[in-house]
Design a protein around this ligand. Structure first.
Ligand code: NAP
Length: 177
């Protein structure tokens, strides 16, 4: 990115954005310095999959067995591993006029100085995700969420939610099995 930026500058152009995967379940851009470079060079870091394809909404959880049952490719073990993070998202959301975990997860990306582009399948999801705007997590809340993902060995591995894909392809009955 730095090279591309330098080449473009020489031609009087600016690299305006870089789109990368970034969420509480995939913090590689923080760890590898890309986000910091974006800030340094004035490049907008566009964060795709900011709610980890729906996982950070908390809808796939042991407390929502019906929804989980519709997604058997997501392992019970994985759901248990991310449960503390979902709980923290819920707790933090409650202290912000009952914001949902998805809204808190998207706001966390904004607080990191990136531009989240959540995907939606329904109008309700679009409206809910819009509720991530117009307020901000406190620094302590951002730090608590950072700490949670840093401390949890199963989340620290980054792009943790990609395990869902692996389970999808490997689940019995899948054409990829
Ligand atoms: N540049 C790239 O390589 C790249 C790669 C991937 C995606 N993208 C872009 O990034 C954007 C979004 O990424 P993404 O769709 O992968 O991930 P995401 O925003 O993390 O997840 C979106 C999915 O989560 C579910 N969802 C959304 N809002 C929800 C809510 N409030 N509550 C519960 N579930 C909710 C929906 O799927 P369900 O209803 O099916 O659960 C939705 O399709 C898209 O515009 C996409 O084009 C770019």
């Amino acid at each position: 990115m730095r090279r591309a930026h330098a080449v473009l500058i020489k031609r009087g152009l600016l690299l305006s954005s870089n789109q990368v995967e970034y969420s509480l379940l995939d913090r590689r851009v923080e760890k590898n310095g890309l986000l910091a470079q974006c800030h340094e060079l004035g490049i907008t870091c566009i964060a795709y999959s900011p709610i980890a394809k729906g996982v950070l909404s908390g809808k796939y959880s042991s407390r929502h067995p019906l929804i989980w049952a519709a997604q058997p490719q997501i392992s019970w073990k994985y759901l248990n591993q991310i449960e503390p993070l979902i709980q923290l998202l819920q707790e933090i959301g409650q202290s912000h006029d009952d914001k949902t975990p998805a809204q808190v997860a998207i706001n966390w990306v904004i607080c990191k100085g990136a531009l989240p582009i959540p995907g939606v399948k329904t109008l309700q999801q679009a409206l809910e995700n819009l509720g991530a705007l117009g307020w901000r997590l406190s620094e302590d809340e951002v730090a608590a969420l950072d700490h949670m993902t840093d401390q949890n060995p199963s989340l620290r591995g980054n792009h943790a939610h990609h395990r869902i894909r692996r389970h999808t392809f490997q689940s019995p009955g899948s054409p990829f099995h």
